[in-house]
Design a protein around this ligand. Structure first.
Ligand SMILES: Nc1ncnc2c1ncn2[C@@H]1O[C@H](COP(=O)(O)OP(=O)(O)OP(=O)(O)O)[C@@H](O)[C@H]1O
Ligand SMILES: O=P(O)(O)OC[C@H]1O[C@H](OP(=O)(O)OP(=O)(O)O)[C@H](O)[C@@H]1O
Length: 226
C-alpha cells in the first residue's frame, strides 16, 4: 500500500456521501485510504457510542455498522459505499452492489478446521456425514457440495472454534489469519477454501447518480490499494 498527496478534500466531494464501515480492523485499515484525499474521521468507534461520525470533509459521513451488515446498508442505499470482507460478500451475494476495488486489507483465508485428534481426511474418504459449525453457511455449503461431502451445517454467530471442543460439531468453517486462535484451541486447518481480503463496495444507483462525487474517492482508494 502506498500513499500520495493529492487534491484538497473541499475540491473533490460534490454531493453528500455516506460511507459504511465496521469498527475494528476495517475501520482502522480504511483510514489510510481516506487520508489519501486528506480526510480524517472525527471520532473513534472503539470509545464512542455514536453510530454516525462526521469527517473533516462536510460532504462525507461515516456510519458504523456490524461487518455483516455493511453490504445491506449499501445495497439499499442507506450508505453510498462501504468496505466489506469477501467472506461477508460471499454470504450476502452481492446484489445491488458494484465491487470495483480489492483494497487488499484485512487479509485472511476461510478454511475448514478440526480437532488435532480428528482424522478429517479419513472421515471424508469414508463418506461419513460431518457436522460442521460456521457462520458462513453459503460458502461452506458450496465447498462441501463441490467435494461431494455430506454435511449437516450448524449456524453460529461467533466463537466457532468452541464448537468441536464441546461436541457440537466435527469441524468448523471459519477465518484463519495467524492461526493462533486455532492453535490456542488445539484445532488444525485441514482445508483452505478461499483467500479473503476486503473490497470497496458501491451502491449501483449511487454510482450513476453521484458519480462526480464518488469518482475522486474511488480513484484515491484504487491508488492506495495498488
Ligand atoms: N483474524 C483476521 N485477520 C484478518 N482479517 C480478518 C480476521 N478476522 C476477520 N477478518 C476480516 O475482517 C472482516 C471484519 O471482521 P471483524 O472481526 O471486524 O468483524 P466480525 O466480528 O467478523 O463481524 P460481525 O460483527 O458482523 O460478526 C471480516 O469480514 C474478514 O473479512
Ligand atoms: O488466525 P487468527 O489470527 O487467530 O485469526 C482468526 C480469528 O479471527 C477472527 O475472529 P475475530 O475477528 O473475532 O478475532 P480477532 O478480532 O481477535 O482477530 C476469526 O473468526 C478467527 O477466530
Amino acid at each position: 500500500m502506498k500513499t500520495q498527496t493529492v487534491a484538497q478534500p473541499s475540491q473533490i466531494i460534490s454531493a453528500p456521501l455516506t460511507l459504511a464501515l465496521s469498527k475494528g480492523r476495517i475501520f482502522d485499515e480504511t483510514k489510510p485510504f481516506l487520508a489519501e484525499v486528506g480526510i480524517a474521521v472525527d471520532g473513534d468507534p472503539e470509545t464512542s457510542r455514536r453510530l454516525i461520525l462526521p469527517t473533516t470533509q462536510p460532504n462525507l459521513r461515516v456510519i458504523v455498522v456490524r461487518a455483516t451488515d455493511v453490504p445491506t446498508y449499501v445495497q439499499y442505499g442507506a450508505a453510498d459505499f462501504g468496505v466489506a470482507g469477501a467472506d461477508v460478500l460471499l454470504e450476502h451475494g452481492g446484489e445491488g452492489l458494484y465491487q470495483p476495488i480489492d483494497l487488499k486489507i484485512a487479509n485472511c483465508r476461510i478454511s475448514v478446521a478440526a480437532p488435532e485428534d480428528f482424522d478429517y481426511a479419513n472421515a471424508v474418504r469414508q463418506g461419513a456425514r460431518l457436522r460442521v459449525a460456521t457462520k458462513y453457511l453459503q460458502t461452506a455449503r458450496e465447498h462441501f457440495a463441490a467435494k461431494g461431502v455430506h454435511v449437516d451445517l450448524i449456524k453460529l454467530y461467533g466463537s466457532m472454534e468452541l464448537a468441536p471442543l464441546v461436541g457440537l460439531a466435527d469441524a468448523i468453517v471459519d477465518l484463519v489469519s495467524s492461526g493462533s486462535t486455532l492453535r490456542a484451541n488445539r484445532l488444525v486447518e485441514v482445508e483452505q477454501i478461499k483467500s479473503i481480503s476486503s473490497r470497496l463496495i458501491v451502491n449501483q444507483a449511487a454510482l450513476k447518480l453521484k458519480r462526480a462525487a464518488l469518482q475522486p474517492l474511488l480513484d484515491a482508494f484504487e491508488r492506495v490499494a495498488n
